[in-house]
Ligand binder design. Structure first.
Ligand SMILES: [Zn+2]
Length: 275
């Protein structure tokens, strides 16, 4: 993609360069290619930067992530106060999955410079936001699709299946999110087990999948689900449990034993911890 863009930019610049030259020298019949080799200036680096469609991913902590794409900054489940986002750009879009403290922090929203951000959230989250945020909130329920700043956002269900865990995340309350941006489909599971809606996902480029007990699922179940929907890349996240941290290296082994083509990408989701 990058190469195509560079080629496109170059050819655009060459056309301009050629036109200018034609204006200056009326009887130019030299072949285009020869001229190009001699006169074309290199494309300015800024032009490439501006049209770079690659999505940059920054792990903040646990379930909190930041994406940058096309000049936009997207915060997913911003918690941890403004200090967790020190040095980062202010958000243009905020996605909140659920009401729990590791996903929704009113203090963090208030501390951040978030007044220009659109906030996508399920109804139960929106109901907890103070009045100052109401005009920014766009409520999304499971199954809803919205478009914001060129990003298509789909709200995917997230809920527990195990009887003993059903009260942690009841079906219909929280949202996972599927973002289509820059030609990529990026899925954030939110807090969920290996629900059919996850297993049925199609054409996912990057999948952020939770795995921790007792709140979400085991690494075995997470691996099973990932093998079912076959994302190109999977990012284990949200894996600090109570009392144990999930064994993400085991998750990677299970995924790659089942399908070596799925890349497991390990980011540092717990910068303050030893694991
Ligand atoms: Zn959580």
């Amino acid at each position: 993609m990058k190469h195509l863009l560079i080629v496109f930019l170059c050819s655009g610049l060459l056309t301009v360069a050629c036109k200018n030259k034609q204006n200056a020298q009326p009887h130019l019949d030299a072949p285009m290619q020869d001229m190009a080799g001699e006169t074309a200036p290199p494309p300015p680096p800024m032009a490439i930067e501006e049209t770079n469609n690659e999505v940059k991913i920054i792990a903040i902590e646990h379930a909190t992530a930041l994406l940058e794409w096309n000049g936009l900054t997207i915060y997913v489940d911003p918690v941890g106060g403004a200090k967790a986002f020190e040095g980062q750009k202010d958000p243009d879009l905020i996605l909140i999955t659920d009401i729990h403290g590791d996903h929704l922090s009113l203090e963090t929203l208030q501390e951040l410079n978030a007044k220009n951000a659109k906030i996508m959230a399920p109804k139960e989250v929106a109901d907890k936001l103070p009045a100052e945020f109401i005009s920014q909130v766009d409520v999304m329920n499971n199954g809803d699709t919205k478009k914001e700043d060129g990003i298509t956002i789909e709200a995917i269900p997230m809920y527990n299946l195990r009887e003993e865990a059903k009260n942690f995340h009841t079906k219909g309350r929280g949202n996972g999110y599927l973002l289509t941006m820059g030609g990529e489909r990026i899925y954030f599971s939110g807090d969920t087990e290996d629900i059919p809606e996850m297993r049925d996902l199609k054409n996912i480029d990057k999948a952020f999948v939770c795995m921790n007990l007792p709140y979400t699922m085991t690494v075995e179940k997470a691996a099973e689900a990932v093998l079912a929907f076959k994302p190109k890349q999977v990012y284990p996240y949200h894996y600090r449990g109570n009392p144990d941290v999930s064994d993400v290296s085991k998750f990677k082994k299970l995924v790659n034993a089942g399908n070596p083509d799925i890349e497991v990408v390990q980011l540092d989701w717990y910068p303050k911890e030893a694991y």
